[in-house]
Design a protein around this ligand. Structure first.
Ligand code: SF4
Length: 578
């Protein structure tokens, strides 16, 4: 469809009245529309104008780093030249011309949730935002309809308890993301240098052992981000998770901010009861978990604290080196005390600290609670964990799951970081019917201990960074272990990631594989992996150690089999891989 713009819209596109003008003018650069300074015609010379408004915090940080002799990376310059939100109308014109947004426009359109994934596929991927990973069955059905109409006819559950659609052509990207808004969802800020999808405990509100129902906190943070432009365009991406201490791990310790529900004991010098413990700086791809700060936060202050942390990060994160731009590196450079002191200045009040002995041990998560039938805290009701083959569902399967949720459950579809989903609120009397309905659509509610803990990123089928076909080889490994009838009697997590970005978090798997081009002679390579062992999360948190390099993909099933046999033969009681 070709759109006719009104004169005002044309002026907007030409940069006369957009935020582009404000941003450019504020640093004294020529304006997009001809050098009109920040503040409009007749305002003070731009070079002397102090940035104001929601972009000011970013512009000041960029200016300070340039003054300190740092060279901004192209992505930072792109944000300054044209705030990606202000590019929407221009990007929409590209879509109407059936053209993909490429290069820096690819970076900008990621702020709107679309990722051009060429050259691997000449198409967009769309990643949603679903707070706490829980959506209504009618929304889930709506995503299926959008994926059928505008994408490849399937949808994936991601490792951040989110949904992704692929194979979206250039013209369909904007209709897909606008369609999401029509069903009460959004993709805004799900890519690029933004605060990503907010994860929480997937069994929130139905979990017999949870200390906190994380849903209201994830929801408040989600809307807080969506409604403040200053919280977009960070030095790099930023992850926040709320873990309510339920039976299914939310992997909050792999996030930049992990809010962990804890019980503070008598004698700590503060009111005993449930608080958030604040953990900071998780980025397992860089071999770091979020570390305990010693700070506890009243439940109702979490959003204010998260906001202040993000603002300190905006002002301090490195904008000259994208490999060093995450929160971890600010913490490494400053130390926790200096960073927390800055956060206290921004939020205007001092943190409360308790020593570890005044915090009760957290309830353990169950590594299989995301699969199969489990009783809820509400008597007579259950959640049913559905196994999805490496997160993938067809549109027909999604619509059928939505129907089951509405007919036999409470209408919620709950996504987990284990790339599967739960249907909650299923009465005892309906469990068998629900399991049969799931089997009838080609899915399952049980899996081997290896397949239940199998996680894989997109890999070379759809990601240009991948060195290997992660999903394909992950499937080969699980099939091999199942086919040979190897009795693995304990949960084993196998994480298969395609590159150092580690979207599947290979360092926290019992067995972790990272994609590699494996040399087979002086000139040629094949897809393969380096294998790690001994990772973990939660109370077993550990970074896996590299065991063997350059294993051809086709050889991985046999190598993993040997590792599993070795572990089963040599373990001491309940000893884990770590
Ligand atoms: Fe792509 Fe690398 Fe992420 Fe896998 S880990 S999805 S290959 S960026």
């Amino acid at each position: 469809m070709t759109q006719d713009f009104s004169p005002d819209q044309k002026r907007y596109l030409e940069g006369f009245v957009s935020g582009v003008q404000a941003i450019r003018g504020s640093r004294g650069a020529p304006g997009f529309g001809g050098g009109v300074p920040f503040g409009g015609p007749g305002a003070a010379p731009a070079a002397e104008a102090e940035p104001t408004g929601p972009d000011a915090i970013h512009l000041k940080a960029m200016a300070a780093q340039e003054k300190a002799g740092k060279k901004l990376v192209p992505q930072e310059k792109a944000k300054r030249e044209e705030h990606p939100f202000d590019a929407y109308a221009r990007l929409k014109v590209l879509a109407e011309k059936n053209q993909f947004a490429k290069q820096l426009d690819d970076f900008r359109i990621r702020f709107h949730g679309l990722f051009y994934v060429g050259p691997t596929q000449d198409s967009y991927m769309c990643r949603l935002r679903i707070h706490n990973g829980i959506l209504k069955a009618w929304q889930f059905r709506g995503v299926a309809d959008l994926s059928e109409q505008y994408a490849g006819g399937f949808t994936h559950v991601t490792t951040r308890a989110n949904l992704q659609a692929r194979e979206i052509n250039a013209a369909n990207g904007i209709p897909y993301i606008e369609g999401l808004v029509d069903i009460g969802l959004t993709a805004k800020g799900s890519g690029a240098d933004n605060i990503r999808n907010v994860t929480g405990t997937p069994t929130a509100g139905v979990d017999p052992q949870e200390l906190v129902d994380t849903r209201p906190y994830a929801k408040e943070w989600h809307h807080h981000i969506l409604n403040d432009r200053a919280l977009y365009g960070l030095p790099r991406k930023f992850n926040v998770a709320f873990d309510g201490a339920g039976r299914i791990a939310a992997l909050e310790d792999t996030n930049d901010i992990g809010f962990q529900a804890v019980e503070v004991l008598e004698g700590a010098g503060v009111a005993p009861g449930v608080w958030w413990r604040l953990a900071l700086g998780g980025i397992t791809g860089h071999k770091d978990f979020a570390r305990d700060t010693g700070v506890i936060v009243p439940l109702d202050k979490a959003i204010k604290v998260a906001d202040a942390i993000v603002r300190v990060f905006i002002a301090s994160g490195d904008r000259s080196d994208r490999n060093k731009a995450r929160l971890k590196y600010v913490l490494d450079a400053w130390g926790f005390e200096k960073f927390l002191a800055e956060v206290e200045k921004v939020q205007g009040w001092a943190f409360t600290r308790v020593s570890p002995e005044h915090v009760a041990p957290r309830p353990e998560s169950d590594r299989l609670a995301h699969i199969g039938v489990h009783p809820q805290t509400q008597a007579g009701l259950n959640w049913v964990g559905v196994v999805l083959p490496l997160g993938k569902m067809t549109c027909d399967q999604m619509r059928a799951l939505a129907d089951v949720s509405e007919r036999y459950g409470d209408g919620d579809v709950r996504l987990t970081v284990w790339q599967n989903l739960l249907l909650s609120g299923v009465r005892d009397a309906d469990v068998a019917t629900v399991e049969q309905a799931i089997a009838d659509i080609g899915l399952a509610t049980s899996a081997s201990n290896v397949r239940a803990g199998l996680v894989a990123c997109t890999g070379s089928r759809g990601c240009k960074f991948a060195a290997s076909d992660t999903k394909g080889f992950a499937d080969l490994i699980a099939n091999h272990v199942d086919d040979i009838g190897l009795a693995v009697d304990t949960p084993v997590n196998i994480h298969v990631t395609g590159c150092h970005n580690s979207c599947a978090q290979h360092y926290i798997g019992d067995i972790g594989l990272i994609g590699a081009k494996v040399p087979i002679n002086d000139e040629d390579t094949v897809e393969g992996f380096h294998l790690h062992v001994g990772g973990g999360f939660g109370t077993d948190a550990a970074i896996g150690r590299e065991l063997v390099r350059d294993v051809k993909g086709e050889d991985c099933p046999a190598v993993v089999e040997k590792m599993l046999r070795g572990y089963l033969a040599a373990r001491d009681g309940a000893e884990t891989f770590a």
